[in-house]
Ligand binder design. Structure first.
Ligand SMILES: C[S@@+](CC[C@H](N)C(=O)[O-])C[C@H]1O[C@@H](n2cnc3c(N)ncnc32)[C@H](O)[C@@H]1O
Length: 316
């Protein structure tokens, strides 16, 4: 059971180990106080040690089904962030949004939602736990100027569905548009993508199943199959101004540069752009494209980052 030897499992099991240590200590102290011989103390301790081993084995076995809610099996990444990472994300979120109480509340609600969506949906949400939770929390707190949301690169549509739910929790009426080639697997130019950990093909049917989890707004989502740089697709999607644009498609510098350039044209005044995997060591092209873009003429101001996502606001 490799999960039980992982850092996360050690963290989870630490309170139980501490409890066992305390029990051993109590037992030895009592034996010494009662004036037992060293021999009887040793014998009692080894009996108790065997009993404790047995208890630990039972506890581990009981923990296994609970771990399945949080470990990385079937989604490639465990969903058990440390207290440090949760608090860090809350602090970063509060800095980006200026809302400390809202940040704490949204992080808690978004974390529960992420676990629930991956439990009920097909496929998975891409990326690290605090990065996903940060995006789901930040968007409603940044109070976008309208409810039109564009997600460039959706994979299984599960993040979009979760974002609909978070927007609705803030009393908004999100209308989602999705652009993705939905090519059977995740496409990333220049990167070799292995079979997905979830075992689910990246296709329209999976996206629809996940969107259905988000009720009426999920079912009403516009799903446009294709590449975000395609002029015909752009013409179709550029029929409105978006309050929120999630840039999470082609992660190469050229791909991100093209998406940012398009976002300049279709973002509503005061709108929010989320730049996913910003500063992620695996995807250096994202920050490279961002820095080049911001050095030129732009409507965007950088608000900050939460985990590996950057946040920009268009001028009003
Ligand atoms: C990292 S995944 C998106 C993850 C999703 N936003 C989430 O949070 O779970 C990137 C997706 O973008 C798609 N993609 C790649 N190139 C694209 C392009 N030029 N336009 C739109 N989508 C693209 C990939 O095939 C993949 O489905």
């Amino acid at each position: 059971m490799p999960f039980l030897t992982s850092k996360a499992a050690r963290r989870t099991l630490r309170p139980i180990a501490d409890l066992i240590d305390q029990r051993i200590e109590r037992h030895v102290r009592r034996a010494l106080r009662d004036g037992s011989t060293v021999r009887s103390t040793t014998a009692a301790a080894s009996t108790s040690d065997a009993a404790l081993q047995e208890e630990l084995k039972k506890l581990r076995s009981r923990l296994r089904p609970l771990e399945l809610f949080f470990d990385g099996t079937g989604r490639g990444m465990a969903r058990l962030p440390s207290a440090h990472h949760i608090n860090q994300a809350i602090d970063e979120l509060a800095q980006v949004t200026g809302d400390k109480d809202g940040s704490e509340r949204n992080v808690a609600q978004a974390f529960r939602l992420l676990i629930a969506m991956e439990a009920l949906g097909v496929g998975r949400i891409a990326g690290g736990t605090m990065n996903i939770v940060g995006k789901l929390s930040a968007v409603p707190l940044l109070d976008p100027p309208n409810d039109e949301v564009l997600e460039i690169g959706t994979l299984y549509g599960m993040f979009g569905a979760a974002l609909i739910r978070m927007m609705e929790r803030a009393g908004r009426e999100p209308k989602l548009t999705i652009v993705d080639p939905l090519a059977g697997t995740q496409l990333q130019p220049g990167a070799s993508m292995r079979d997905d950990a979830s075992g689910t093909p990246v296709q329209g049917a999976a996206v629809r199943v996940n969107l259905a989890l988000a009720g009426a707004a999920g079912a009403a989502t516009r799903v446009q199959q294709g590449f975000s740089e395609d002029p015909e697709l752009r013409a179709l999607i550029s029929d409105r101004s978006y309050g929120v644009i999630i840039v999470d498609g082609d992660h190469s510098a050229a791909g991100v540069a093209a998406d940012l350039e398009w976002a300049e044209q279709i973002i509503a005044p005061g709108g929010i752009v989320v730049l996913d995997d910003f500063g992620h060591p695996k995807w250096p092209g994202i920050k490279e494209a961002f820095e080049k873009h911001m050095a030129g003429e732009t409507r965007f101001t950088f608000l900050g980052h939460v985990a590996h996502s950057g946040y920009l606001r268009a001028s009003a």
